[in-house]
Ligand binder design. Sequence first.
Ligand SMILES: [Mg+2]
Length: 173
Amino acid sequence: MEIYVPDIYNEDIYKINYDVLMSRGIKCLIFDLDNTLVSIKEMYPREETKKLFDELKKKGFKIILASNSIKARVKPFHEELKVDYIYSAKKPKIDKINEYILSSKFGLDEIALIGDSMMDDVVCGNTIGITTVLLDQISKAEFPIARLKRIKEKKIQKRLRDKDLFTKGRYYE
Ligand SMILES: [Mg+2]
């Protein structure tokens, strides 16, 4: 069951303590897109996200977007935020993200995967063996596949809560 439990759990990308991540040796941040940076209805990044990413780049972080969405959906974010991107990432499958990691100069202990989906982002990151950061979803609106996964996620979260392994809304670093 630990495959579903993130290393860090927070409200949103603005509440993450990036200095704590840095002090743990994290140098590369891989962000999910849908319901992590924006809702599924937003086609471009928010101003506040641009500002955050600029600050993170200044701190020395390498930022990547890794989304299960298609290229046309992810590309405007890559262009506006000026970061590398992986589209059709097929998370929780690890192949595409692993391919990026192998081509990068980062070790597994230097990378964090940040996203709103326990089933996709947390499982993917934990399978690879990188730091996982789970966030609350930005909006209840979801793509159909994500909606199905969310039903499964709720069941898993209940089991994790009963075992006191993870509780939604109880944030931790
Ligand atoms: Mg997402």
